[in-house]
Design a protein around this ligand. Structure first.
Ligand SMILES: [Zn+2]
Length: 320
C-alpha cells in the first residue's frame, strides 16, 4: 500500500516489459508533482488511480510531471494527467514524444549507417528501426519547459536537476541537498545495470554519443555528491550507493576485458562481438544487446586497448 515518506510517496505500476514494474513518485512540493508516469495501458492507469486514492488524491490533482527520461515505461502515461498539468524534462525527450518526420528520417539514417558499420545484415535493419512499435511513446503531450544540469524544477524548490545521461540521452535525476535523497530514474538500479542505449545526437548529423562512456561518467558524478538514498525507477531503494556504483563499474570493466580477449583471437565486427557476448538472446533482444556490445567497444577504444579499421563501410575491431 502506498504511503507518504516525508513528502514523497512511491507508487509501483505494472508494465509488460521484461524489466517488470516501474516506480513513479509523488512529491508534495509547492506544486503537486509526479515523477514519471508509467506505461500507457488501462491496467497501469487503474493502479495509478487506486494508489493516488489511498493518498487522498486523484489524477486531476497532479499539477506537474517531471520525466526522468523518455522511455515508454516512464513517459507513456503522460496522457493520463490533465491538460493543465505542466510537463518538465530534459530537452532530448521532446523528439521522442512528438516523433516529427524529421526525427524519423534522422533515426532511419542513423541506424541504417550504424548497422552497416557494425556488419549487421540488411534483414535485421527493421529490428533497429521500429520507431512506431510498442516501444514508442508518441503522444500529443509535450514538454512545457526544459530542465537541465543544475536547474531547480519550478514548483520543487528543494530539488536540483542532475544530468545522468547514458541509459537515455534525455536522462536526468533529481537531488535534494538537505537530506541527500536522489530520485534516480533508471540511472541506478538495485538489481540490474541499465543498458546504455544507442541514440543519435540531438543535433542532426553530429557525432554519435557514446552511451556507456556517458553512463560511467554520470555514475562517477554521483560519487562526488552526498547521496544518502536513491529512489529508483525499478525495484527497491538504494542506500549503499558508493558500493553499488563501484561494483557496477567493476562488472562492466570485466565484461569489456572479456570482449578484449575475443578480439585477441581475431578482429571482429560489432555484430560478431554481440553474437559472442549474447549467443542466446541477441536475436530476441537485438537492439539492446547490440547497444551493450557497442558500449563495451567504445569503452575499450577509449582506454586505448583496441583500435578499428573500416573496410567497405564495415568496421573491424582488433587489439592494439
Ligand atoms: Zn529506461
Amino acid at each position: 500500500m502506498t504511503s507518504w515518506q516525508g513528502n514523497i510517496a512511491k507508487i509501483t505500476l505494472p508494465t509488460s516489459f521484461a524489466v517488470g514494474d516501474v516506480n513513479v513518485y509523488v512529491i508534495k512540493g509547492e506544486a503537486l508533482t509526479m515523477i514519471d508516469s508509467g506505461v500507457r495501458t488501462d491496467q497501469s492507469r487503474e493502479v495509478l488511480e487506486q494508489e493516488l486514492n489511498t493518498l487522498g488524491l486523484q489524477l486531476s490533482d497532479i499539477e506537474q510531471v517531471v520525466l526522468t527520461h523518455h522511455h515508454p515505461d516512464h513517459a507513456g502515461g503522460l496522457e493520463f494527467v490533465s491538460d493543465q498539468c505542466q510537463i518538465y524534462g530534459h530537452p532530448t525527450n521532446q523528439r521522442w514524444l512528438d516523433m516529427p518526420e524529421s526525427f524519423v528520417g534522422q533515426l532511419t539514417q542513423f541506424f541504417t549507417q550504424l548497422a552497416r558499420e557494425l556488419g549487421v545484415p540488411e534483414e535485421y535493419y527493421s529490428k533497429l528501426i521500429d520507431y512506431r512499435g510498442p516501444g514508442s511513446v508518441i503522444t500529443t503531450r509535450g514538454l512545457s519547459a526544459c530542465v537541465g544540469e543544475g536547474d531547480v524544477v519550478p514548483g520543487l524548490p528543494e530539488w536540483r536537476v542532475i544530468e545522468t545521461l547514458g541509459h537515455a540521452q534525455s536522462h536526468i535525476s533529481l537531488f535534494r541537498e538537505k537530506d541527500g535523497v536522489l530520485i534516480g530514474g533508471d540511472h541506478l538500479l538495485a538489481k540490474i545495470s541499465p543498458n546504455p542505449i544507442l541514440e543519435p545526437a540531438l543535433e542532426p548529423g553530429a557525432e554519435r554519443p557514446k552511451p556507456l562512456l556517458q553512463y560511467n561518467e554520470a555514475l562517477k558524478k554521483l560519487l562526488k555528491i552526498p547521496v544518502s538514498l536513491v529512489y529508483s525507477g525499478h525495484g527497491a531503494e538504494i542506500t549503499q550507493i558508493p558500493e553499488l556504483i563501484q561494483s557496477q563499474l567493476n562488472r562492466q570493466h570485466n565484461r569489456a576485458m572479456q570482449v578484449k580477449e575475443m578480439l585477441a583471437q581475431s578482429p571482429l565486427t560489432g555484430l560478431q562481438v554481440c553474437m559472442q557476448l549474447f549467443p542466446k538472446v541477441y536475436k530476441k533482444q537485438f537492439g539492446l544487446t547490440l547497444s551493450e556490445s557497442v558500449g563495451q567497444l567504445d569503452y575499450l577504444e577509449d582506454l586505448g586497448e583496441i583500435k578499428h579499421e573500416t573496410h567497405s563501410g564495415v568496421i573491424y575491431y582488433s587489439v592494439r
